[in-house]
Every structure is written in C-alpha cells, then in structure tokens.
Ligand binder design. Structure first.
Ligand code: NAP
Length: 330
C-alpha cells in the first residue's frame, strides 16, 4: 500500500513523498481496518510538514489530521462499526491508503454523505460550531465578526450562525467574494484594512459586536479587537500569516476586551463520546441536506502529493485541495 512519509521537515511539496509500505495487516481484537477514500490538505497539515505545528513527531512521520474511510475489516469484539460503513478517524497519520486503528478512534457517518465533503467533516465544521457556542453566550440577533470568512471554517461559521439567528460580519481579502458569501447567509462583508473598525460599525449599524474570530493573527488581530464592544472576546484560533496575534493594550486594559485561544481538541475533550457523536451527526445533516458544501478546488491521486501540496499553498484558491488515495471520489 502507499502512504505519505516525511523523512525531514521542510517545504511541504519538497519533503512529502509517496512511498510503498507493507499493508497494515488484519485488525486485532477491538481494532478496525479502513480504506482511506479522501483526505483534505488543511493549513495545519502544511505547518506539520514544515515542523512548525504543535505536534512534531520523530521522523519518519505521516501527516494527516483527518479523512473519510470505508471499513474493510473489523477485529474480535468490535460492535460499533461493520465492513462497508463510512467512518471519520479521530486520530492522525491519515495520508495513506489504509489505516488500522482502535474501534473507539472512528465515528460512523451516514452512508449517503458526499465523500469529498465527508473527508472535511472532522475538523472545520465542529471548530466553527464550538467557537460560536462555547466562547460567548450570543443571543439571536447579535453580531459576530470573523476574518478568513471565505475559508472552510469561515463558511461553516456563516451557515451555523445563520441557523441560530446570529448575524455575521465577514472580513476577507477581496471584494469579489462578497456575493458568494451573501448567498451562503453572510449579513455583511468587508475587505480587511486599516479603517476596519469604522467600516465595521457602519456595517452593523452601531450594534455591539461581542465576539470576533481571528485566524490571520499579527496586526489583523488588533484590527478585530478595535471592532469588538467593551468586554467582548477576540478568539485566536489560527495564524494564516504565521505571526503571533497583536493585541492593543488599550483594548485589554481600558475596554476589558479578552483575547482567548481555541483549539478543537480542548473543546471536544470537555464532551462525552455520545455528545461528540451527536455533534458529528448534526453537522453531517447539513451535508446530507445539501445546506453547505465546502468548495473543492481539485482532487489529486496520492502519487501526486507534491503537486497537491503546491496547489494547497496558493492564495485565492477556489476551495480545498483533496487527495483520493484509492481512486476518484465524488
Ligand atoms: N484552532 C483550531 O482548532 C482550528 C481548527 C481548524 C482550523 N483552524 C484554522 O482555521 C484557519 C482556516 O482553516 P481552513 O481549513 O478553513 O482554511 P482554508 O479553507 O484552507 O482557507 C484558508 C484561508 O486563509 C486565507 N489566507 C491565506 N493566507 C492569508 C494571509 N496571509 N492573510 C490573510 N488571510 C489568508 C485565505 O484567503 P484567500 O482566499 O484570500 O487566499 C482563505 O480564506 C487556519 O488558520 C486553520 O489553522 C484552527
């Protein structure tokens, strides 16, 4: 079988190689084996390849924070899944044709899910959901603000906020995205820039913005902090610039604005297995009903991992880059 190996950390398209390795073997008691049908290349995977992610395992290492797979075989005592079931894997190292993991590592998802979308279900949708629900108790009609609004996370934020009657002010890098985001449910859109706070106030008609979600960092964090109301929260959950967030001390000290961090794992850990399964079932419902489709720019075979990684690093992509290790998927 094939899998992606890093023998050194560096530029993703230079260090990630597709290699032949022995098969994962038959599942032991309590284990399952699944074929990986598709995985996305997320920003965190790129940081992982560069050796700049919070996890930096000894080499050689296999990246891959998420995927969708189909169960091929189950070991003794496995009850939650059966051969043929579609699953997402809660563990890493998914850039491979096959995986052998513990039964508890996989979550079964509905059979009818579009596979490309299912490959992106594990991380970005619950990230959007829990940032909306867990950080600030927002009431229907209230505004939240976010940058990278056209990212996969950003699109889920728009959709999930709309479903809760929350209003979204969406900051992006180019005006040409506005129509698309409005169609998705965005209430207002702005291009990031120096006078963001003034334009944001006009866009929300002077209403209080109590939550801002930041995945750009650097000075972009400071611009969001200037937009939120006194006592509001700026949540740092990513850094597309690779910089640390800059927080104006006036916002912190005089206006009581709080800077909080979000990491999906920390927020899922607070929940029981049943609650986690319910979250994924609810989010899968959006995909089944066709209420949100994260755009996909291109799907590559696993042998073309280098080209896929190059493509994933281009700005202004038309959507996610996916890899289908066992043949094309829809
Ligand atoms: N903390 C967590 O638990 C968690 C979980 C999931 C994701 N995340 C983070 O969420 C963010 C979005 O992830 P995703 O998978 O949704 O992303 P994605 O779909 O791959 O989209 C990337 C986005 O980043 C924007 N971007 C790229 N470089 C930028 C820069 N230098 N300045 C400003 N914007 C830039 C892109 O804008 P253009 O279209 O203009 O290029 C695009 O909107 C990432 O930072 C990721 O690490 C965090």
């Amino acid at each position: 079988m094939k899998k992606i190996l890093l023998e050194r950390y560096g530029e993703p398209h230079e260090v990630a190689r597709c290699v032949d390795v022995p098969d994962v073997g038959a599942p032991g008691a309590g284990e399952v084996v699944f074929d990986v049908l598709a995985f996305p290349i997320n920003p965190a995977d790129l940081w992982f390849c560069r050796g700049h992610y919070r996890l930096k395992p000894p080499l050689p290492a296999t990246p891959g924070a998420e995927c969708v797979g189909r169960i091929a075989a189950v070991g003794l005592g496995v009850q939650a899944v059966a051969p043929g079931d579609l699953v997402i894997n809660l563990q890493r190292e998914n850039w491979a044709q096959r995986r052998r993991v513990r039964e508890a590592d996989v979550v079964r998802v509905p059979q009818g899910l579009p596979l490309q979308q299912a490959a992106m279900l594990r991380i970005n949708p619950p990230t959007a959901l829990l940032m909306i629900t867990d950080l600030v108790a927002l009431e229907p009609g209230q505004w939240l603000l976010q940058n990278v609004a056209n990212s996969a996370v950003g699109r889920w934020v728009i959709r999930l906020a709309r479903a809760r009657d929350l209003k979204t002010l969406n900051v992006v890098r180019r005006e040409s995205l506005f129509d698309e985001l409005r169609t998705l449910g965005a209430d207002a859109c702005l291009v990031d820039g120096p006078d963001l706070a003034q334009r944001a106030q006009q866009a929300v008609g002077g209403a209080a913005i109590r939550l801002a979600l930041d995945a750009v960092a650097g000075q972009a964090t400071a611009r969001l902090a200037d937009c939120v109301a006194d006592g509001g929260v700026v949540c740092s959950y990513g850094s597309m610039t690779g910089e640390d967030p800059v927080m104006p001390r006036g916002a912190l000290i005089y206006r009581g604005v709080r800077l909080e961090g979000f990491m999906l794992g920390r927020f899922l850990e607070r929940r029981s297995r049943d609650e986690v399964e319910r979250i994924y079932a609810d989010l899968a419902g959006y995909l089944l009903r066709g209420e949100l489709q994260a755009p996909v720019a291109q799907v590559y075979p696993i042998e073309e991992i280098g080209e896929a990684l190059r493509h994933a690093q281009r700005g202004e992509r038309g959507g996610k880059i996916l890899v289908a290790p066992n043949g094309p998927v829809a």
